[in-house]
Design a protein around this ligand. Structure first.
Ligand code: URA
Ligand code: SF4
Length: 190
C-alpha cells in the first residue's frame, strides 16, 4: 500500500466514526468518498443522499448515473477519478448542509486533497463552489472556467442533480461542454 492509500484509509476511518457535527445523529453510513488514490481529477459534490447514506458510497443514485455517463463521454470511469462531497453525512430531507456542518467537515476534504494532490478539482454545484472557492463565486458565473486558488486548479461544474431537477436541454448542453473542457484541460496537463 502506498503512502497516499494509507492516508486515505486513515481519513476514511476517522470519517466513519466522526461526531464533529449533528449530521452524525441521523446517518446510516458516513460517505468518505472513493476512487483512485492517484486520481488526476477529483469531483466534490454536496452531501450524500438517501442511496449514498444506505450504502456508504458517493454518487450511486440518479445523479451518480448521470455523472457516470458524463465521465464515459470523455472516456473515463469512476475508478479513474476520486469522488467525494463537502459534507460526508446525509443532511435530513437532503437539505443543503449548514455552514457549521460544512466547516466541521472541511478538514477531511482538505486532507483528501492534500493526500491525492489532483491536477484539477471539479466542484459540483453551488455549495461546493462556495466552499472551495469562496462565497462570492456563483456556479452560473464560473462553471467550465478554470480557476486557480492557492496553486490548486478548479474547474467548477453544475451539479448533475440540477439537470435531473430542471430537465433543461440547455443545462445538459452546458454540462457536456464543461466535461469536454475538462478533457481538454486534463490532456494539456498530461
Ligand atoms: N449528490 C451529491 O452531492 N453527492 C452524492 O454523493 C450524491 C448526490
Ligand atoms: Fe463528521 Fe462530516 Fe459527518 Fe459532520 S458531516 S459528522 S463533520 S463526517
Amino acid at each position: 500500500m502506498d503512502q497516499t492509500e494509507l492516508i486515505l484509509n486513515e481519513i476514511k476511518k476517522q470519517v466513519l466514526s466522526c461526531d464533529k457535527c449533528t449530521l452524525c445523529v441521523n446517518r446510516i453510513n458516513a460517505v468518505p468518498g472513493e476512487g483512485s488514490c492517484n486520481a488526476a481529477i477529483m469531483f466534490v459534490g454536496e452531501a450524500p443522499g438517501a442511496n449514498e447514506d444506505k450504502q456508504g458510497r458517493p454518487f450511486i443514485g440518479q445523479a451518480g448515473k448521470l455523472l457516470d455517463k458524463l465521465l464515459a463521454m470523455i472516456s473515463l470511469q469512476r475508478e479513474d477519478v476520486f469522488i467525494t462531497n463537502i459534507a460526508k453525512c446525509r443532511p435530513p430531507q437532503n437539505r443543503v448542509p449548514a455552514k457549521e456542518e460544512i466547516e466541521a467537515c472541511r478538514p477531511y476534504l482538505m486532507a483528501q486533497i492534500s493526500a491525492i494532490k489532483p491536477k484539477v478539482i471539479v466542484p459540483l454545484g453551488s455549495p461546493s463552489v462556495k466552499t472551495l472557492l469562496g462565497s462570492s463565486f456563483t456556479i452560473g458565473g464560473v462553471h467550465g472556467k478554470l480557476q486557480i486558488k492557492e496553486g490548486i486548479r478548479y474547474l467548477p461544474m453544475y451539479h448533475p442533480a440540477a439537470y435531473l431537477h430542471k430537465r433543461s436541454p440547455d443545462l445538459l448542453e452546458a454540462m457536456k461542454n464543461d466535461f469536454k473542457e475538462l478533457k481538454k484541460l486534463s490532456s494539456q496537463l498530461g
